[in-house]
Design a protein around this ligand. Sequence first.
Ligand code: COA
Ligand code: MG
Length: 274
Amino acid sequence: MGQVYLFAPGNSEKKMQKAINLHTDAVIIDLEDSVPSNEKAMARQLVSSIFDTEEINTVRSKLYVRINSLKTPWFFKDINMVKELKRLDGIMIPKSEDKTSISLAAELLNKDIEIIPLIESAAGVMNIEDILKSHPAVKKVAFGSVDFALDIGVDWSEEGIERSYAMSKLVLASRTCGANPPIDAVFPIINDRESFIEDTIKGKQTGFYGKMVIHPKQTEWVKEVYAPTKKQLEWCMKVINVFESSTHSGAIDLEGKLIDRPVYLLAKRLVSSS
Ligand code: COA
Ligand code: MG
């Protein structure tokens, strides 16, 4: 089922502890845009002390840190800090536009952790294949929709017309480069469940797998969209049974719908992922 990545600001001990104790699929501790410039050093220390406990090894979530980009004064300091953490599943590199910062981070870290490039500009989208192939530590990318709108010079919209081509391009490139599907962007409106669900459905249907969120309550909403419904599962079981008991593997009519090999394979995949 689609994974949830919950962001917690690196300058808030309370939110980081809360996020970690929720045991959601993954937590991304943020050192970038949720932390003001004059609190970068404090946040780095705070993150380091939170990870320097025995309890951190009992956390069931995957743990990531979003560092600051190479274009900022904090990239190297952030890397040096995360390199020393006892437990870390990976880092996220924001505003990734080419392979330079990824290769550099991998070399400096010199440990077996994942690197998730965050694609949030036209350059990042256009260079996606280079980014995906930059290092074996890159298993997938994530998309940032608000910075992307800013970069291409339009307003961010709920419906997402401005990002639909970019999102599809990330999905197709991930597939052809042998990477996992990309992670969908955060939806910056916190209190509107309906529009959040609509946005998550669009991402899922575009080919994304899982979503980043900024508030704990959005976690359940992502799960809701990615979990198959009872009705879907029942239909898929019917498709599987009819196809497997058929004397031929060509087209079959089931309640007015065409069932053939790809339909059968989709049904099997949905059942096995539930
Ligand atoms: N992680 C963990 N806990 C969080 C949280 C988060 N991302 N967002 C909110 N909470 C906690 C709050 O601390 C509060 O806890 P409490 O009930 O124990 O006091 C509870 O959930 C309810 O929070 P609420 O009052 O609805 O929100 P808020 O005003 O405290 O915070 C934001 C709103 C947007 C500032 C907050 O959700 C946030 O910081 N999100 C992450 C931002 C971020 O990391 N951005 C970078 C990536 S885009
Ligand atoms: Mg951003």
